[in-house]
Design a protein around this ligand. Structure first.
Ligand SMILES: Nc1ncnc2c1ncn2[C@@H]1O[C@H](COP(=O)(O)OP(=O)(O)OP(=O)(O)O)[C@@H](O)[C@H]1O
Length: 290
């Protein structure tokens, strides 16, 4: 569904200064996946989501979503891409919803932009996110978690294949965050939506099967878990065997090694490692230790 290769985004700050927000990022997401992206502040998560959502254009590299080349789309094609292929859920509800409209009017709005108006369909989407009973409520009358569920129904309005969520649980408590994640999980299972969630919330990302970490605008590692099962979750997070962390190799053969691994071999201030090939394994050794 998503293939990013060597993706670069440069923002021009003023005449003299530029920021390289994405520095050759690689990412592949399969159709039907529910996955997470984590990274510290400024690592490039929102920039990546804006590129995938067609809100901003990449500077260079490759970025294909559902077969569409986001570096080459014409303006008109980009408009229909934003309306049809992707749905966005933001942390800041002011970006998702119009407060003086009812829940159902909010869901109908993106449909109207596409020239269709289907009240029954809008109601179905609200029912899918567990908000069918509040369809006629103004958004100001709903709690933060309920507004967030309406925001997901709005993102679904034109039945996009891909849902992008930027900190979707950033403004709600942990119990509500579980409900919101449950909604994403259900949409992924029943409607086969591909879902990418960007989050700082480690409690949330622990519950996703695959999480990719971004550092300095590049993919640095990824964690794969066995399929999440609600009852077994507490057990699973305590059991180190249930996930593996994979370092990502970039095109030049570079990898980022977790800091605690480097500390465990007491590398200190040195930036040199001996690389050895041993029975089909690549072993990194502190040269001072032998
Ligand atoms: N429109 C812009 N103009 C200039 N620089 C920008 C712009 N948007 C982002 N940046 C810069 O690009 C880098 C990546 O920012 P980005 O917002 O993608 O990070 P992030 O990982 O989403 O951070 P946060 O978790 O704090 O939202 C930062 O150095 C940021 O200052």
């Amino acid at each position: 569904m998503i293939v990013c290769k060597d993706l670069i985004k440069i923002y021009k700050v003023d005449e003299e200064n530029e920021v390289m927000a994405l520095q050759g990022l690689d990412l592949e997401v399969e159709e039907g996946e529910l996955m997470g992206i984590i990274g510290s502040s400024g690592s490039g998560k929102s920039t990546l989501l804006n590129m995938l959502g067609g809100l901003d254009r990449p500077t260079a590299g490759k970025c294909l979503v559902d077969g569409k080349d986001l570096l080459r789309l014409q303006t008109k094609e980009l408009v229909s891409y934003k309306l049809e292929t992707v749905g966005f859920v933001w942390q800041n509800n002011a970006r998702n919803i119009i407060p003086y409209l009812t829940a159902i009017e909010n869901v109908e709005l993106p449909m109207l932009l596409k020239g269709r108006h289907k009240r029954e369909r809008a109601k179905e989407f609200l029912e899918l996110v567990g908000m069918g009973h509040r369809y006629n409520n103004k958004l100001t009358m709903l709690s933060g978690g309920e507004q967030q569920r309406v925001a997901i129904a709005i993102a679904l309005a034109n039945d996009p294949k891909l849902l992008l969520a930027d900190e979707p649980t950033g403004s709600v408590d942990s119990k509500t965050a579980d409900v919101v994640l449950g909604v994403f999980r259900e949409l992924n299972r029943s409607l086969k939506k591909t879902i990418v969630i960007v989050s700082h919330d480690t409690e949330l990302t622990k519950k996703l099967d695959r999480v990719v970490a971004i550092r300095d605008g590049k993919t640095s590692s990824e964690i794969l878990r066995k399929t999440y099962v609600e009852e077994q979750f507490q057990q699973a997070v305590q059991d180190e065997e249930t996930h593996e962390e994979l370092a990502v190799i970039d095109r030049a053969g570079r990898i980022q090694i977790p800091r605690d691994y480097l500390e465990s071999i007491e590398l200190g201030d040195s930036n040199k490692l001996r690389v050895e090939l041993e029975d089909g394994r690549i072993v990194l050794v502190n040269p001072k230790s032998s």
